[in-house]
Design a protein around this ligand. Structure first.
Ligand SMILES: [Zn+2]
Length: 317
């Protein structure tokens, strides 16, 4: 009799434990509970609309990922973005000369774009809960993960989309950075405005060139103003002469307000037309390329190691 009682107790215990075990096995995809953003343990001071606000690094990163990458993107792409943004933030914190009082600001031309949670959710409409969870997971599931080169935080630059290949940092800014070298990038026609066209009158072109390079000589047929263009293998302008003055493709992009330095120019007597591919400076991780890689089954680590040559993805203390 005692044996039967013992056996029944054991059976009862086993039956009780099995579902508990299953419950622990469950992944978050199987549950309806919203993803939780963990504390990073590191506070950052952010300059937002002229005011300083202190917040946890992960809370800040949530707003950066939401602002910098479409939430409809693949989860692994969003995770790659979260790691790039975390690395960029820790590397840049307190280094910006524009705002010595703040670690980072919300101006994308200085630091990184950032959007408050309520504003992001209003923009997302009926997808607000799904996208909130997705971005929370991207930050939470990469918690403390950063990209390192020879053990040091990298300058994790990223951009929207590239034309065939990314750019060498040295080609854009003149300084060689070993992990920011040109690599193939798989995005293409799925990118909104992947191809764009900008047309100026010859006078508008002249004004733009002269305001940047007053020594340029611009007379007669506009066809003679654009010479000696040197292209990278991926089709970006490395250098070109504007009225006899050599500029980089990056400078030409700024002068003519183009979406990228991957462009061709078609000068005619009464108009000058630029055909542009991609968007951004082209250095480091391409966001649309990251999404294409994720759709192809690549992990966020693989995406980061593809775009940042020779790095490791590790936990940073
Ligand atoms: Zn800044």
């Amino acid at each position: 009799m005692k044996k039967i009682v013992a056996a029944a107790l054991i059976l009862g215990l086993v039956l009780f434990l099995i579902p508990m075990g299953f419950r622990h096995e469950k992944t978050r995809e199987d549950t309806d509970s919203p993803a939780v953003l963990p504390e990073s343990g590191k506070a950052v001071t952010i300059l937002i609309d002229g005011e300083l606000r202190e917040m946890d690094l992960n809370e800040y990163l949530w707003g950066v990922v939401a602002a910098e990458m479409p939430a409809s993107f693949e989860l692994e792409a969003l995770k790659a973005q979260a790691v790039a943004a975390r690395t960029y933030s820790l590397n840049k914190a307190g280094q910006a000369a524009n705002h010595p009082e703040a670690d980072l600001c919300t101006d994308h031309t200085c630091c990184q774009a950032w959007i408050p949670r309520d504003k992001a959710q209003a923009n997302w409409g009926e997808n607000a809960q799904t996208y909130t969870d997705k971005i929370t997971r991207a930050v939470a599931e990469t918690n403390s993960q950063v990209a390192l080169y020879e053990g040091a935080l990298i300058s994790a630059l990223y951009h929207s989309s590239s034309a065939d290949t990314t750019q060498d940092a040295v080609a854009v800014w003149g300084g060689n950075v070993p992990y920011l070298t040109s690599v193939p990038s798989p995005e293409g026609e799925e990118v909104p405005n992947y191809h764009s066209t900008v047309t100026y009158t010859p006078q508008e072109c002249k004004d733009r060139i002269l305001s940047a390079k007053p020594e340029a000589v611009l007379e007669g047929d506009p066809a003679n103003w654009f010479t000696n263009a040197v292209y990278s293998e991926g089709g970006s302008v490395l250098t070109m002469d504007l009225g006899g003055v050599t500029v980089t493709g990056h400078q030409a992009r700024t002068i003519f307000d183009l979406r990228s330095a991957s462009f061709t120019v078609e000068p005619a007597p009464d108009s000058v037309t630029f055909q542009v591919t991609g968007y951004g400076h082209g250095v480091g991780m391409s966001q649309y390329g990251a999404n294409a890689m994720a759709a192809d089954g690549k992990s966020y680590q693989e995406i980061l190691q593809h775009y940042y040559t020779g790095i490791t993805v590790e936990s940073y203390e």
